[in-house]
Design a protein around this ligand. Structure first.
Ligand SMILES: Nc1nc2c(ncn2[C@@H]2O[C@H](COP(=O)(O)OP(=O)(O)OP(=O)(O)O)[C@@H](O)[C@H]2O)c(=O)[nH]1
Ligand SMILES: [Zn+2]
Length: 368
């Protein structure tokens, strides 16, 4: 064995540190973040039981604080443009949970702007598909109480997504699909703390020219169950048909449930939408910004399939920008529409007005 091959597994890379931290947070255990001088203990409120929260409060001698992200702080009326920390001394688990994501809560009386390391802990929540409700304490002078916890370097978080976008094909095989002449599912594995991703190759696209490509974010409710609350199911099936009609293309089915926030957050947001909030404000109540999706995985999959130029099937300008950022040439755009229903009309209107989606909703409504 050479020295080089020994060292590969001897040293934890930034990506490994992050994946370990993500896993620990999901199991409700604290992680330590360090910048060399300071050590912060971080706990994801979304995953802990009241007893673990109380243990954490004790171990930090009640110096723990709650991170309120900028969207949540703004919804609560905190007069600061940015993330803030709210001291939690004497605050129960239920009170902390209400403060981080319930409706109709009063603004906290005491808060301070979050320092960059505390604020960046929300990156771990994003990767873990958890609400960014992080309980944080500076434990520099009592780090031994957390010696059993995974520790990550703060610097590891910056640029980690870009650094870890290597994807490998695992398997490629045919799947007969209704109304589609020929389809192959190509499974990719890799990325940072990500599940397997799938590219559906429809027909035999000519990769020497611009390839018709649809980037579809997973939507359990719409894709699988025919939910009327969004247009995803129609877009998925219409998208595949459009690629077939174009003589072949690729649909990237990305593991990005709830615009990259996860099914738990999406269902909480639906609960708030039933009470009258629109899709963006509902996410903001949960501390989430408008769109958490990233497109490095899409770029890597396209490159692996030999595709450098695309005709993108989307109404979402962010997807176009995401591919361009990764060096894919987007030569054109085709709209992808689904049925407009009484249940999804407000959602589509919000995406158009507040989200910048390119959609002539009035014409679509008139055509129904
Ligand atoms: N957080 C949140 N996510 C939602 C909501 N409704 C739908 N989604 C998610 O939004 C995403 C929609 O993805 P896409 O079908 O790719 O749609 P898009 O971003 O509108 O872009 P195009 O369809 O390409 O125009 C899916 O991940 C859904 O799960 C919602 O109310 N809240
Ligand atoms: Zn949907």
């Amino acid at each position: 064995m050479t020295e080089t091959s020994q060292s590969v597994f001897a040293k934890a890379s930034s990506a490994i540190e992050i994946e370990r931290a993500v896993s620990e947070l999901r199991y409700g255990r604290p992680v330590l973040m360090s910048d060399g001088a300071r050590r912060l203990a971080v706990l994801a409120l979304d995953c802990v039981s009241p007893s673990v929260y109380e243990q954490f409060a004790q171990a930090t001698s009640d110096t723990h604080a709650l991170l309120l992200t900028a969207p949540r702080a703004s919804r609560l009326g905190v007069p600061h443009h940015g993330d803030v920390l709210v001291p939690l001394a004497g605050t129960s688990f239920e009170q902390a949970s209400r403060l981080s994501y319930s409706l109709g809560v009063e603004a906290p009386r005491s808060w301070q702007p979050a320092d960059p390391m505390a604020a960046n802990s929300q990156e771990l929540a994003r990767l873990a598909l958890l609400l960014p409700a992080m309980v944080i304490a500076d434990v520099t002078d009592r780090a031994e109480r957390f010696s059993a916890c995974t520790c990550i370097a703060h610097a590891a978080l910056k640029g980690a997504d870009e650094a870890r976008q290597r994807f490998e094909q695992v398997v490629r095989t045919r799947v007969p699909l209704e109304d589609i002449s020929r389809a192959e599912f190509v499974v990719f594995r890799g990325g940072l703390a990500q599940k397997d991703q799938v590219a559906i190759v429809v027909g035999s696209p000519d990769v020497s020219g611009p390839v018709p490509v649809r980037i579809h974010s997973s939507c359990l409710t719409g894709d699988l169950c025919g939910s009327l609350k969004c247009d995803c199911g129609d877009q998925l099936r219409n998208g595949l048909k459009a690629l077939d009609a174009a003589g072949g293309g690729v649909l990237l089915y990305l593991d990005q449930e709830g615009r990259g926030t996860g099914i738990g957050a999406k269902m909480r947001a639906y609960g708030y939408q039933h009470l009258g909030l629109d899709t963006i404000d509902a996410d903001a109540e949960l501390g989430l910004s408008e769109d958490h999706r990233r497109y490095e995985a899409a770029v890597a999959m396209l490159r692996d399939l030999g595709i450098a130029r695309v005709e993108l099937h989307t109404n979402n300008p962010t997807k176009i920008a995401g591919l361009r950022l990764g060096g894919i040439v987007v030569e054109g755009r085709s709209p992808v529409t689904g049925r407009v229903t009484p249940e999804n009309q407000n959602y589509l209107r919000t995406k158009t007005i507040r989200g910048g989606h390119i959609m002539d909703l009035d014409t679509l409504v008139a055509a129904e």
